[in-house]
Ligand binder design. Structure first.
Ligand SMILES: NC(=O)c1ccc[n+]([C@@H]2O[C@H](COP(=O)([O-])OP(=O)(O)OC[C@H]3O[C@@H](n4cnc5c(N)ncnc54)[C@H](O)[C@@H]3O)[C@@H](O)[C@H]2O)c1
Length: 351
């Protein structure tokens, strides 16, 4: 392989055989430890100080993958954009001039894909300069979340299924070790088994009820518990609710009960943690076509109604929700707590 301006050393101990193995290259330049690994089928990664900054998925072979990653490493060392202009993808993170959340670090739970409300929040927090740790539900979800995490330049990307004992604790332990502090948490998850969600509240079975409450409400309380010791200088905790907590919304059923409990938990947590400078909010977005709503029948009708009735005559986007959430994390909002903030074009004020 042609070596470049960077003085790459291969891992001598690694069996490189007839090309069936991943080959690794290392270089130290100033304070930066660079590492490239390349696989025979043309996939490769470039890491700087243990953090992946670029990857190649579709090179012809290992040699071409190495060459591309080497060029990116050279650009990185020269302080240039990582990708040449012709290959640069438009960034998914909007440009915000004022880095209002610079220096803040937070955890965002609930990104499933590019439509997730949690992704809208992550983009906004990142655009304002915050660093974000993100989680993915399981191996199946990982491939959708990882590219988004790369876009966010997340230093911490971990699996988190809240129903698996120990996974939530592991995420907070890693944050404690790596950051030693936390400024915000966005809890943007909910779940109810289909038969529980789609039936009448009056018929809800106990196990379905417990699962719904556990995933959609208790986990927020637990995250607050785990975040408290890390928010030594205060912080903000967010969860996502919906209007169906206040009014009977057709087809929202048991999730309305869970969201009512969640909004109530927000108030108790806000009262308990307020003296420590920790603020707690529920954000209540108008309906959005995300994966979570696939279990709600006649959702299109809900969208049509929201658009027609909201004073703004508009549906909300995940970006609208993200920016409103990021605002509440700013120090300027330090005396706002215990709120349920509607981001719904004003729908909730109309009879
Ligand atoms: N979409 C809407 O119309 C709407 C409106 C108001 C509130 N909300 C709320 O917003 C939040 C996010 O939902 P969304 O609409 O972005 O949908 P989404 O499907 O993109 O996100 C839901 C997330 O919950 C996660 N989740 C489910 N079970 C989990 C578990 N056991 N462990 C860890 N994560 C788990 C999923 O992995 C997913 O990332 C939910 O609380 C939802 O109730 C949604």
């Amino acid at each position: 392989m042609t070596l470049s301006k960077v003085d790459w050393k291969t891992n001598e101990k690694l069996a490189v055989g007839k090309g069936a193995t991943v080959q690794e290259f290392f270089a130290t330049v100033g304070n930066d430890k660079l590492q490239i690994d390349v696989a025979p089928w043309g996939e490769g990664h470039l890491k700087v100080n243990g953090r992946e900054i670029a990857n190649i998925e579709d090179a012809k072979d290992r040699r071409q993958a190495f060459r591309e990653l080497d060029k990116i490493a050279t650009r990185y060392l020269a302080g240039q954009p990582l990708h040449s202009a012709s290959k640069r993808k438009p960034s998914m993170i909007p440009a915000a001039k004022a880095k209002l959340l610079e220096g803040k670090k937070g955890l965002i739970v609930g990104i499933a894909n590019e439509n997730s409300i949690a992704w809208g929040c992550a983009k906004a927090f990142r655009a304002f300069g915050a660093e974000v740790a993100v989680t993915y539900l399981n191996d199946k979800a990982k491939k959708y979340v990882e590219p988004l995490a790369r876009e966010l330049e997340s230093p911490i990307v971990m699996p988190l299924d809240v129903s698996v004992p120990g996974q939530m604790e592991a995420v907070f332990e890693r944050i404690s070790k790596e950051w030693g502090k936390l400024d915000f948490v966005v809890h943007s998850i909910a779940f109810s088994p289909k038969d529980t969600l789609q039936g009448r509240v009056v018929d809800v079975p106990r196990d379905g009820f417990l699962t719904t409450m556990d995933v959609s409400c208790w986990t927020f309380i637990r995250m607050a518990h785990l975040a408290e010791p890390l928010m030594k200088k205060g912080g903000t905790l967010f969860t996502m609710s919906y209007y169906g907590s206040q009014m009977v919304v057709k087809n929202y059923n048991i999730m309305g009960v869970a969201k009512a409990a969640l909004e109530c938990a927000v108030r108790y947590l806000a009262a308990e943690l307020g003296p420590k400078g920790i603020r707690v909010h529920a954000i209540s977005p108008g309906p959005l076509a995300t994966r979570a709503v696939s279990g709600i029948p006649e959702f299109d009708a809900l969208l049509d109604k929201a658009k027609a009735k909201a004073p703004a005559r508009s549906l909300v986007s995940i970006d609208d929700v993200g920016v409103a959430t990021a605002f509440l994390a700013h120090d300027a909002a330090r005396l706002i707590t215990g709120e349920t903030l509607y981001v719904d074009g004003g729908y909730h004020i109309i009879d």
